[in-house]
Design a protein around this ligand. Structure first.
Ligand SMILES: Cc1cc2nc3c(=O)[nH]c(=O)nc-3n(C[C@H](O)[C@H](O)[C@H](O)COP(=O)(O)OP(=O)(O)OC[C@H]3O[C@@H](n4cnc5c(N)ncnc54)[C@H](O)[C@@H]3O)c2cc1C
Length: 429
């Protein structure tokens, strides 16, 4: 087994020469994942001079490491959303969640990104009877409030969707899609470059401070490769948000998520495991998510360790996830696990996406493992806002809570406690 991201074995990233940083730009974008690159593409298309500053390489963060599930809805369930935000705002949020998928589809088609985008639908599976009972209620609310159709799958019909006997039933949304995430972020970077944005790899932003230049208000952005001046700064650093933007860092909890992939499986077995090739996840807090890859491996992920990826958490996750996979699919008992890797999710304290301006810096983050489509969409919407438009973005202006009593400086000391709490929740709820 290799401690390596399987998606990277399928992808080529554009070669970007290491050039000197420009002295001045209209917008400095921090982070070259979906959020930063889709913003850069949108801004550059509108004629802005854009520098994308990436501390590692294009797509190095969650954008090349994820499950490639392009999902409708948000991390929080619809009833919870309505109780928090009311009907009207929740309607706009849900509509935005559907628009995020159209947004990815449109970019993939316009830019001819060869990433296997397909509207294969997603399947949520119930780990308990009471989770299944709640599906019918959710389907009703979503049809009534958002005019969107999901389908409940009874336990005795589940074999048409999944070759596992451990679940109490499921819920299908045909609108969701799947793609190869690394190929998608590589394609998005080509689209941003084609539009005129410049990408600077191995360029870590260290400090950002207000500074006027030639009589204009703006920002001095200090990086590991020198400084530049930007009229506006867009922070697109997600789970990797660090000391350069301390106020945002205090709002985001970085949580590890890990994935294994098996060897290539036989066609007959593939058809049994996932007859419709859905993007699948279960109903637990400590959830598993899984899908087939285009070359017929089982890709199986979960928050096996709560701490972000390092040699130790990746290695221990491989065994935990293999056991989880075999509980779901005993048929895979003898399948060889060939790859394991991890990445970092960005959870806000209210588990919601957030976008807007903080201390004058533009930002979008807080996707909570639901970011392939939302990050792309937020990049576009925030670029429109930076360009002076007033796009409808229901995630701008909602309360962005910090830690209770302010007990958090960006170093998530409480993750083991949170992990234990989620395990307790999975027993009792
Ligand atoms: C294992 C895993 C599985 C997932 N599965 C799914 C899924 O199936 N479906 C789904 O919808 N979502 C999923 N997600 C979430 C999704 O991948 C993310 O929400 C999305 O990729 C976020 O994109 P982003 O551009 O905001 O951030 P990222 O792709 O994380 O990019 C942030 C970038 O900022 C850079 N950076 C940070 N600090 C600095 C600095 N100071 N200077 C310069 N650069 C900096 C980092 O190097 C990084 O490249 C998953 C995430 C993980 C980790």
């Amino acid at each position: 087994m290799q401690e390596h991201n399987y998606w990277l074995t399928t992808t080529e990233f554009p070669k970007v020469d290491a050039r000197a940083l420009p002295a001045r730009v209209d917008v400095a974008v921090i982070g070259a994942g979906y959020t930063g690159l889709s913003a850069a593409q949108t801004l550059a298309r509108r004629g802005a001079k854009v520098a994308v500053l990436e501390s590692e390489t294009i797509g190095w963060g969650a954008s090349s490491r994820n499950g490639g599930m392009v999902l409708t809805g948000m991390k929080l369930g619809v009833n919870k959303l309505i109780s928090l935000y009311g009907r009207e705002l929740t309607r706009r949020m849900y509509a935005a969640s559907l628009a995020t998928i159209d947004c990815v589809e449109q970019i993939v088609h316009e830019e001819k990104i060869d990433c296997g985008f397909a509207r294969c639908g997603h399947l949520e599976v119930a780990c308990k009877q009471k989770h299944f009972d709640d599906y019918a209620r959710q389907v009703d609310v979503i049809a009534r409030e958002f005019n969107h159709t999901l389908r409940v799958v009874q336990r005795n019909e589940l074999s048409a969707e999944i070759g596992s006997r451990i679940y109490y039933g499921g819920m299908v949304d045909e609108v969701s899609a799947g793609l190869n995430p690394a190929r998608y972020v590589a394609g998005l970077s080509c689209a941003a470059i084609k539009a005129g944005a410049e990408i600077f790899q191995h360029t870590r932003v260290q400090r950002v401070r207000r500074e006027s230049s030639q009589g204009e208000a703006g920002w001095r952005v200090v990086t590991s490769r020198g400084a530049l001046w930007a009229r506006e700064v867009f922070v697109a650093t997600s789970g990797y948000t660090g000391a350069a933007t301390p106020a945002l860092r205090r709002k985001i909890i970085p949580i590890g998520s890990f994935i294994i992939t098996t060897e290539v499986l036989r066609e007959e077995l593939v058809r049994e495991l996932s007859p419709r090739g859905r993007m699948i996840y279960d109903s637990k807090h400590y959830l598993y998510y899984y899908r087939l890859t285009p070359d017929w491996r089982m890709l199986f992920g979960g928050r096996a360790a709560f701490f972000p990826e390092n040699d130790r958490t990746v290695r221990s996750s491989a065994e935990i996830l293999r056991r989880g996979m075999i509980e779901v699919y005993p048929q895979l008992r003898d399948a060889k696990v060939e790859y394991v890797w991890g990445g970092t999710l960005d959870f806000a304290f209210d588990i919601m996406p957030h976008a807007g301006q903080m201390d004058g810096l533009y930002y979008a983050l807080g996707y909570a493992g639901h970011g392939v489509a939302m990050a792309t969409y937020q990049g576009q919407k925030m670029a429109e806002m930076i360009a002076g438009d007033k796009p409808d973005n229901p995630f701008v202006g909602i309360t962005f809570p910090g830690a209770p009593l302010g007990l958090y400086s960006g170093s998530p000391w409480f993750l083991p406690l949170a992990g234990a709490w989620y395990k307790v929740l999975d027993w009792v709820s």
